[in-house]
Write a protein of this length. Structure first.
Lengths: 654, 83
């Protein structure tokens, strides 16, 4: 099947063009092994389907992030038949920086200059014929927003496949006395003579001169024994160069082509983005505007989330009530399976809405502003502005929060943020502490709940700082981030992305919880002569560890079940205290010491959130080591902090 | 040599040199910030990240980075209010 790849810088409007070419046939998934989104679709060309892949947006082909690696690797390993390079009109100079690298791969390319409507609005003129000549390939100007020339693009693509003519005509025109170019050329010829690089010898040459390690590895494995001879051959011809020179040189060419083909007026009118930023990035108004936005988003999430969740809950109860009997199997189905899975499903509406809203923030351009505004504050916590949103999402549910950490630029940042998320009090813990607090603290419950939240957050911050100073010392140099123009996101895109991420959550959390629910149910059912079954027995054995903290057996057991889902804590306590006569809260008020209850809640707030979180941490970090560290660390932290309070309370004779 | 981190908002500058390794050069080049380019400082409150306008791109730049970018001042409009 023919393959077409769409490549371009972030925010160049690729998605609109991709949508146009693929219509309703898109699917969104993940690239294997990494948590980078993969978008593919189909386009009909001469009665056959061609596959179109929307590669992640990249600034250049020297990968710094996973996104860029995915794109570069795809082009080198799964070389498409045709490449559509979308260049954002207003930022064409740096767009050409990428274009030149793409052209060096030798893959047939159509350059699409997008956002013609914006160019027109700013009176920017582009000499298409001249660019075609300089780049040596087909160049089309389009506007994704107005639809201008999109049909023309489609027909050009079809024409490419039907005529099969070579679009890649000539090399980039450069004056022959350019010192670096002669170095590049000689290495390129040396590589070309080995015959093993296909059309890509120029590309490999460029990246080898840059000192790109990935490419070095690839070249070594392609050339095997010949590698050293090839290099020696080359060294003898070349003169010295520095890898930084490569960047400057390439950019110089981009600048040259730009200067030769684009005419801009000297003054600019105020754009909508500038006007919006005047308020949203204003020294005084920025923070209030931001807080209002966040508040608004929370309300939306909870309002619609509640509504949908409630409906789902009714549906699930209805199904459960259809199951007859009280025997093992029916209990397994109703309590074990449906109960367990129901826990996951109930969260789904909130999760979907959260992803939707986060995606909206990202696509509209406001997310970058949030990162910018929060950056200084985040720095004092040893983090970066972009970590803010995943951490905030942790207040809702850790699972999507960990997934949201994908957007962070360096692995250290990502890991640091992911390790902090479990300490952020998620909404599943809330019902537990609300119930217990009201039971044992009565009127002062709200304050104690707030205090518990503060303890959790402080733990999160301190953990972040600890990791920053030790294992995850930040090697990145700081923030360099584009603040894109504001725009109204396409609803269809938003829904598709949110749905694909929600599906991931469902599958990941769902399958684990499904399996665990069954196991848990069986373990608490058998042996039938012990209330709470095997889990209770296990609790008896583990309890000695928790005795110093003042926990009894039911509390210990509920911590075990709470590992699987926090809501289980309440049901487990209910079952084990055998409080069929009265509601659990009454029992707690009567029998629990307020101090002991507080320590218990501290532990609940800090230890591992739930198994779904562990599962998603494993997936996102791709590392058993770090997942284990996260789990063990949270257990130790919970124990230590609970112990501190225990000692404190003992000293105060409470 | 003046550094970008010292410039007040409203100043248009030209990049004279970038003190940093390959990674930093590349990340800056990705967004078009390279020797010889001109840009304008949109906001610099001396503490957090800076905001600059490079051609048609708004870029947020961490303070540490800005301290390594040597610049020369082209036009000083720091005392003019935005149009």
């Amino acid at each position: 099947m023919k393959t077409i790849a769409i490549v371009g810088q972030p925010n160049c409007g690729k998605s609109t063009i991709f949508n146009f070419l693929t219509g309703m046939s898109q699917t969104v998934g993940n690239w294997p092994g990494v948590t980078v989104e993969k978008k593919t679709g189909k386009m009909e060309i001469s009665n056959e389907n061609a596959e179109i892949i929307d590669l992640p947006g990249v600034y250049s082909l020297s990968p710094i992030s996973n996104d860029e690696k995915v794109t570069r690797d795809f082009l080198l390993d799964n070389t498409p038949d045709l490449m559509i390079n979308v260049v954002e009109g207003p930022t064409m100079e740096r767009g050409l920086f990428l274009t030149l690298q793409l052209l060096m791969t030798g893959i047939p390319t159509i350059v699409v200059i997008n956002m013609q409507d914006v160019l027109k609005k700013h009176f920017i003129e582009v000499d298409i014929e001249r660019i075609k000549y300089l780049l040596g390939c087909k160049v089309i100007v389009v506007s994704g927003r107005t639809g201008m020339n999109l049909e023309y693009l489609k027909s050009e693509i079809k024409q490419f496949f039907s005529e099969d003519f070579v679009l890649r005509g000539k090399h980039i025109p450069i004056p022959h006395n350019d010192r670096f170019y002669s170095i590049l050329n000689s290495l390129s010829s040396v590589l070309a003579t080995t015959g093993k690089f296909g059309k890509m010898s120029s590309f490999y040459a460029l990246k080898l001169l840059e000192g790109n390690e990935d490419i070095e590895q690839r070249a070594k494995s392609i050339l095997e024994n010949e590698y050293n001879t090839v290099l020696n051959n080359f060294q003898s011809h070349s003169k010295e160069h520095k890898s930084i020179e490569v960047i400057d040189w390439l950019y110089g060419i981009a600048r040259g082509i730009y200067g030769d083909t684009v005419k801009e007026p000297s003054t600019q009118r105020i754009s909508r983005t500038e006007a919006l930023d005047f308020f949203l990035l204003n020294r005084i108004a920025a923070l209030p505007a931001f807080l209002l936005t966040m508040l608004f988003l929370f309300f939306l999430t909870y309002y619609f989330g509640n509504m949908l969740s409630h409906m789902l809950g009714l549906g699930i109860s209805a199904i459960v009530s259809l199951i007859p009997g009280n025997g093992f199997v029916s209990m397994l189905i109703s309590d074990g399976i449906i109960g367990g899975v129901g826990n996951v499903l109930i969260l789904l509406p909130y999760i979907f809405i959260m992803f939707l809203l986060i995606q909206f923030l990202e696509d509209s351009g406001y997310m970058a502003r949030i990162a910018f505004i929060m950056d200084r504050f985040m720095h004092s916590l040893g983090l970066h502005g972009r970590s803010f949103i995943p951490l905030i999402m942790g207040f809702g549910c850790s699972v999507p929060a960990v997934m949201a950490a994908r957007t962070l630029d360096t692995p250290q940042n990502r890991l640091k943020t992911i390790l902090m998320i479990p300490f952020i009090p998620c909404s599943a813990r809330l019902p537990v502490i609300v119930l217990i607090s009201s039971a044992i603290f009565g009127r002062s419950a709200p304050f104690m709940i707030f205090f518990l939240y503060v303890i959790s957050i402080i733990t999160a911050i301190i953990s972040g700082l600890i990791f920053s100073k030790t294992a995850l010392k930040d090697k990145s140099e700081g923030m360099i981030m584009e603040l894109p123009d504001y725009r109204l996101p396409q609803l269809k895109n938003l829904f598709m992305r949110a749905w694909s991420q929600s599906k991931e959550y469902l599958v990941k959390a769902g399958t684990i919880i499904f399996a665990i629910s069954i196991i848990l149910f069986v373990l608490s059912y058998f042996p039938t002569d012990v209330e709470g079954g095997f889990i209770h027995i296990a609790g008896k054995y583990i309890r000695p560890f928790f005795k110093p903290l003042g926990f009894d057996i039911p509390m210990t057991v509920s911590l075990i079940t709470g590992f699987f889902a926090k809501e289980s804590i309440i049901s487990t306590l209910s079952v084990l205290y055998q409080t069929s006569a009265m509601p659990l809260s009454d029992y707690l008020t009567l029998h629990w010491n307020a101090g002991a209850g507080f320590i218990f809640m501290v532990f609940v707030m800090i230890y591992i959130p739930c198994i779904a979180t562990v599962a998603v941490i494993r997936k996102e970090t791709n590392s058993n080591k770090w997942t284990l560290i996260s789990v063990v660390y949270s257990l130790l932290a919970a124990y230590a902090i609970s112990m501190i309070f225990r000692v404190l309370l003992l000293l105060l004779h409470v | 040599m003046k550094y970008l981190s010292e410039l007040k908002s409203g100043i248009t500058f030209k990049v004279e040199q970038i003190e940093g390794g390959y990674n930093m050069h590349m990340r800056l080049a990705d967004l078009g910030l390279i020797k010889g380019e001109q840009a304008k400082v949109l906001s610099n409150d001396k503490k957090g990240p800076l905001l600059i306008m490079l051609r048609h791109t708004r870029i947020a730049l961490g303070r540490h980075m800005a301290q390594k970018i040597g610049v020369s001042v082209i036009e000083d409009n720091s005392n003019c209010r935005p149009a």
